[in-house]
Design a binder for this molecule. Structure first.
Ligand SMILES: O=C(O)c1cc(C(=O)O)c2c(n1)C(=O)C(=O)c1cc(C(=O)O)[nH]c1-2
Ligand SMILES: [Ca+2]
Length: 580
């Protein structure tokens, strides 16, 4: 560059957001290696994976913060990520070291007690990358490494102590509409990931990589190819049929089965691809050693509502008819709360009940749970069809939680919203949206006189009864849920930027704090040096924001639109503790 006036040429310093690679590795606390043993029974003080435990319960046994003292909860430190869009990843904590991810595939390691930054990794993303869902849902820990799945469809292994990149493996081609937003699942030396792209007509898959070498161990397509079981549920279009996998699977170490939810079918209108279309909108159980699918259950066939059933079911015991059943519990995007029984080679149907207004299912087959459709509510080509709940469903991706203490499942639901769609035949072009509908064909409406939208619900699965619920009159609820041994339930997810605590038994709201942005982050809890902390990211974006825009169109007075973006990690402790 030309220097002026004889001054020394200055090398431009890139803005922090433009720097890539690992930054500022500081000597960390002693790092404790993560083993299979520790993942199977984590110490109460730690939060080592997406939902803390393989069963996906989202429960921390810590009880220093409880219903009697939660009003003394105060911020201890915060950390600004410097990034816009949806901050969804849980602060994952291993013996005092916290790992968070942000949109744009940034990973940050922090001292969990002080907030001191240990290192920061930023991936150089391709310039032609377009992001339909700009987010990342967190890291996986194994050995002395940190694994992250990136929005340009790579799996990256980092040194947990320094943030140095050890390898980066291309999982799929982003130019064909593949991307990754989930936190990987680790079991028995395999790093498992799934790919997003249901709206681009990808063929969904789960793939496993050797934790050491990064070599691909297996890849299982969720849409079966010729000769594979279930292929005959497609008359056409299986190559572009969707069933993407974009949330972390859960795992039963006894059965050695990983349970993954699968996404919507593509394109959206079912009459464009006749058949049940396995394994779209399903749960699949596969063996992490070889990737073979051992069992499956499809929640709804020939999906036509964009109802991804990608949240993995919660593994928990349920009492039914005097017997304790090893169950899979799934509050679904289709608005039903499903209870299934898990076994070595089958998934059995136990029950399905609506947890929001649902006008699509006319009934369920009592043996199989297969829904009978009200055909007038099934979107089709060249006709506008209305249905409830909306295409974002009774619950989108934010995870529900289960407390083994209260034996209740906590669901972040959206009630009283309906949708409409009209579809058109469309040719598949790799890398382009393959919705079979234009953006103008997507409608959302509010049921007349709807008293609320967001609703935090608590369900007793032994009776299939809603025990309590907390309604949000003027906001949707996009808050992942944390349950704790202190008898508390934490969630954010509303358009007033609040993060809240509820009594897990009664649903009474006990505490709230207004944050910088809307809270769509997964909250976690951990303990360092005898102090319990609650941690969460605040940073609004992606579909919580898109729903907000739709709500604003419906009623600009009732639904404030202005939820500012920008990510911040918040860490809380009891006042007496925080001052130490
Ligand atoms: O079909 C897919 O592959 C896919 C991926 C994602 C994603 O990766 O975040 C979302 C969706 N679908 C989707 O339907 C959806 O409602 C959604 C909301 C969000 C979000 O981060 O708020 N992501 C996604
Ligand atoms: Ca989708």
């Amino acid at each position: 560059q030309q220097s002026q006036g004889g001054a020394t040429p200055v090398t431009p310093v890139p803005a922090p957001s433009e720097r890539v690679g690992a930054q500022q590795a500081r000597p960390a606390r002693q790092y404790t290696s993560v083993t299979d043993q520790r993942l199977q029974s984590p110490e109460p003080r730690n939060w080592l994976m997406y939902r803390r435990t393989y069963d996906g319960q989202g429960f921390s046994p810590l009880d220093q913060i409880n219903a009697g003292n939660v009003q003394d909860l105060v911020p201890v430190w915060t950390y600004s990520t410097g990034v816009l869009e949806g901050h969804q990843s849980p602060p994952i904590v291993n013996d005092g070291i916290m790992f968070i991810t942000t949109p744009q595939a940034q990973v940050v390691a922090l001292d969990a007690k002080t907030g001191d930054q240990i290192w920061n990794y930023k991936r150089q993303l391709p310039e032609d990358l377009t992001q339909l869902h700009p987010t990342n849902r967190g890291v996986a820990l194994y050995g002395d490494r940190v694994y992250v799945a990136t929005v340009d469809a790579y799996l990256v292994a980092l040194d947990a102590k320094t943030g140095t990149e050890i390898w980066a493996k291309k999982v799929e081609d982003y130019q064909k509409g593949h991307y990754m937003t989930l936190a990987p699942l680790v079991a028995r030396g395999k790093i498992m990931v799934g790919g997003s792209g249901g709206e681009f007509g990808v063929r969904g898959f789960i793939a496993a990589y050797d934790a050491g070498s990064g070599e691909e161990a297996w890849r299982t397509y969720t849409v079966p190819g010729p000769g594979e079981a279930g292929h005959d549920t497609w008359q056409s279009g299986w190559e572009t049929g969707g069933a993407s996998v974009w949330l972390t699977g859960h795992y039963d170490p006894q059965l050695n089965l990983a349970y993954w939810g699968t996404g919507n079918a593509a394109p959206w209108m079912g009459d464009a691809r006749p058949g049940d279309n396995l394994h779209t909108s399903s749960v699949v159980a596969l063996n992490p050693d070889d990737g073979k699918i051992r069992a499956h259950h499809q929640y709804h066939w020939n999906d036509s509502w964009d109802w991804d059933e990608v949240s993995a079911p919660i593994l928990m015991d349920v009492e039914r008819g005097g017997r304790t059943v090893p169950a899979l519990v799934h509050p679904a995007r289709n608005g039903y709360l499903w209870t299934l029984e898990r076994g070595a080679d089958r998934i059995g149907f136990l029950s399905g009940v609506p947890f929001v207004q649902q006008d699509v299912f006319a009934g369920l087959d009592p043996q199989t749970g297969r829904p009978v459709y009200n055909q007038a509510r099934k979107p089709r080509l060249e006709q506008r069809v209305e249905f409830c709940p909306s295409l974002w469903g009774g619950k989108d991706w934010p995870p529900a939680a289960y407390s083994p203490q209260t034996r209740l499942v906590y669901i972040p639901a959206n009630e009283n919203l309906c949708g409409s769609l009209s579809g058109h035949r469309m040719d598949y072009v790799p890398g382009q949206l393959f919705l079979g509908a234009g953006i103008e064909d997507i409608g959302m409406s509010l049921r007349p006189n709807a008293p609320h939208i967001g609703e935090l619900q608590a369900w007793d699965l032994s009776t299939n009864r809603k025990v309590w619920s907390h309604p949000f009159p003027d906001s949707q609820l996009w808050g992942p849920v944390l349950a704790t041994g202190g008898g508390l339930v934490f969630t954010g997810g509303t358009n007033d930027r609040m993060f809240r605590a509820f009594d897990a038994k009664t649903g009474q709201q006990l505490w709230q704090i207004r944050t910088n942005s809307g809270v769509t982050g997964v909250p976690t809890s951990f303990e360092v040096d005898g102090t319990q902390y609650i941690a969460v990211q605040s940073g609004w974006g992606v579909d919580a924001q898109r729903m907000q825009e739709k709500l604003f169109e419906i009623d600009p007075v009732r639904f404030r639109r202005d939820v500012p973006q920008g990510g911040v990690v918040w860490v809380f402790a009891l006042k007496q503790r925080a001052q130490q």
